[in-house]
Write a protein that binds this ligand. Structure first.
Ligand SMILES: C[S@@+](CC[C@H](N)C(=O)[O-])C[C@H]1O[C@@H](n2cnc3c(N)ncnc32)[C@H](O)[C@@H]1O
Length: 209
């Protein structure tokens, strides 16, 4: 189960942010692009967008998987998911399944070729959530996670930004040193790179057989 207090806090955080969310995230679009490139998607792939928010990744994912592919977006905040639903309707995408649920309790009925965790720190720090995603992947699936991390201690200015951004978007600062560590325990060693003066990471891996 998701701890009720954290879940309520997170739901409230994103209920308030849903209206302006796309604008707030505009500066991070290059990170999204780099993360999605790491997935090496091909036409026909099924991809899980874990904590998909307003569906900002859907356009790039669609471009890579084509109409024969499938996106499964899982999102617990109804207001964020309503935006994702409106985006899907506006674009006329018929290959998107949206699940309004905490990922920990989501019913994912198809095995995926890829999964993306884009700025989803709370999800990445939750063992049950990560296990659920890992169990929903095919052997050889590609996984990418990207988000905030602590920069080295001397980069105090970067860390001031990381702290401010994290307080605005996560329920706990736990694990910001290595946000991918729980995921790595489940899917194996990850290739890590950092950007934005060390305050943002991109971690990717291919799931073993
Ligand atoms: C910072 S937003 C990122 C949204 C999207 N991935 C993006 O890149 O724009 C984090 C999202 O994760 C969602 N979330 C947090 N915990 C979740 C959980 N346990 N299950 C599903 N969604 C969750 C939040 O509601 C929020 O929409």
């Amino acid at each position: 189960m998701v701890r009720a207090s954290d879940r309520q806090f997170a739901l409230e955080q994103y209920r308030k942010r849903a209206g302006a969310y796309d604008l707030e995230l505009a500066a991070f679009e290059p990170i999204r692009r780099m993360a999605i490139e790491r997935l090496q998607l091909t036409p026909g792939d099924t991809v899980l967008d874990v904590g998909c928010g307003t569906g900002l990744s859907f356009g790039l994912l669609q471009r890579a998987i084509g109409s024969g592919g499938h996106i499964v977006g899982i999102e617990q905040c109804p207001e964020m998911l309503a935006k994702a639903r409106a985006r899907v309707a506006e674009q006329g995408w018929a290959n998107v399944t949206l699940i309004n649920s905490p990922i920990q309790q989501a019913r994912i009925t198809r095995k995926a070729d890829a999964a993306i965790f884009h700025f989803t720190h709370d999800i990445l720090r939750d063992e049950q959530a990560v296990r659920k995603v890992a169990q929903s992947l095919k052997p050889g699936a590609r996984v990418v996670a990207a988000g905030l991390q602590w920069a080295p201690p001397w980069a105090w200015l970067t860390n001031t930004f990381v702290m401010a951004a994290a307080l605005h978007s996560v329920t706990s600062l736990e694990g910001l040193g290595q946000p991918w560590s729980v995921l790595s325990q489940h899917i194996g060693e990850m290739d890590i790179s950092t950007t934005l003066l060390g305050g943002v990471y991109i971690a990717s891996a291919v799931v073993g057989p």
